[in-house]
Ligand binder design. Structure first.
Ligand SMILES: [Zn+2]
Length: 372
């Protein structure tokens, strides 16, 4: 993502400004000044940008606070030239939860548009701006009209069903009610990419840089998100017993660091179980990372080991085990029970499996493109 700066924190969520956005604001203000040499104009421009900024931030809080009500935290809210992004720590698999989180952002804009729209109505003003955007700002009613239209645009634009934009997420969540998540995402991705291409063509024809960037972003992130769900589904459908290593070395407490490294090099195993008097008491993680020799060179297994060991059933999915290993920072788990181990699964096996899967998908794509 590149550098961004935290400018404020609300409800425990930092709001960050991406440097390119800071640069854009500065450039817009500078150009306004150079053109008009009028500081009041620059001031109104600043108010305009700030209002847009506040509306986008409130929109993102709509997503973030709805997610929070489902127990999902938000890492941060990033504002970049192509829009705001609430980076949720997780996207719920329950379709209706995803639906409410996705729709909550645009609904914030509906609320703001309704309030300002009512204000305009009761003040007896026109809902349609009559003069140029900036000059409207010179009077408070112009400001009201501006905020009204800004939120209508934010609402409509975000609900374009181009996954992974809000509208696309709404579409995916609704499709997921009837279809498996992977298939729902595939359909949403295809629709999203078609719309993104359309937007890109339109942006090129009308030379709108920001819209073009949004289109490219949507096109790639739709694919990326589909890939990650396809992988997740694949790992979820694979049992640990299908990928576990049944040939593995068990290290004993008195073996030296050097012996472990030799075994690792000879066998290609990266992580080991550790045994003491016939019982598995822990594991030895990857013994030859950078600087390991200096640090552990003179130690024996008993001093190197990680005393945590987990036993998992062979029927559990690879996805579940991989997640648990990530969460607990485990390098290896034993498949079976304390009395009987049928194999081991470590990070490198899972990673190799993932890479093989991705390659297979790519080679399938290559055949597909060649046959066309
Ligand atoms: Zn949104």
């Amino acid at each position: 993502m590149g550098r961004s700066f935290t400018i404020a924190t609300f409800a425990g969520i930092p709001i960050k400004l991406h440097w390119t956005f800071g640069l854009l604001i500065f450039t817009l203000l500078f150009l306004e000044y150079r053109e008009t040499e009028n500081l009041t104009g620059v001031g109104y421009m600043f108010i305009y940008i700030s209002l847009l900024f506040i509306c986008v931030v409130l929109h993102e809080y709509g997503h973030a606070l709805t997610a929070k009500s489902y127990g999902i935290n938000t890492r941060d809210i990033i504002l970049s030239p192509i829009g705001g992004l609430a980076r949720l720590e997780d996207i719920p698999e329950a379709p209706m939860k995803e639906f409410w989180i996705a729709i909550a952002g645009p609904m914030v804009n509906v609320v703001i548009a309704t309030i300002t729209g009512l204000g305009i109505y009761f003040l007896g003003l026109s809902h349609l701006p009559e003069v140029e955007v900036i000059s409207q700002l010179y009077n408070p009613s112009g400001l009201l009209q501006l905020v009204f239209w800004m939120n209508i645009v934010l609402f409509v634009f975000n609900l374009i069903p181009a996954f992974p934009m809000d509208g696309g997420r709404v579409l995916r969540s609704l499709l997921s009610v009837w279809l498996p998540r992977k298939n729902a995402t595939f359909i949403a991705m295809v629709i999203g990419q078609i719309i993104a291409l359309g937007l890109l063509v339109y942006a090129l024809l009308s030379s709108q840089l920001v819209l073009g960037l949004i289109a490219i972003f949507v096109f790639y992130s739709a694919r990326q998100e589909y890939d990650s769900i396809a992988l997740k589904t694949h790992l979820g459908d694979t049992k640990v017993s299908e990928i576990m290593r049944t040939e593995y070395t068990i290290i004993t407490n008195d073996q030296s660091y050097q012996e472990i490294v030799d075994i690792a090099q000879a066998t290609g195993e990266h992580n080991f179980l550790l045994e003491d008097q016939g019982a598995i008491i822990g594991c030895i993680p990857y013994p030859y990372h950078l600087g390991a020799e200096q640090k552990y060179g003179k130690k024996i297994a008993a001093e190197l080991h990680d005393s945590r060991i987990e036993f998992v059933s062979g029927d559990v999915s690879v996805y579940e085990v991989y997640n648990a290993m990530q969460d607990k920072a485990l390098s290896i788990v034993a498949v079976g029970s304390v009395d009987y181990i049928s194999g081991v699964v470590d990070r490198s096996i899972i990673q190799t499996y993932i890479i093989a899967y991705q390659r297979r998908r790519w080679s399938w794509l290559k055949i597909f493109s060649r046959s066309q």
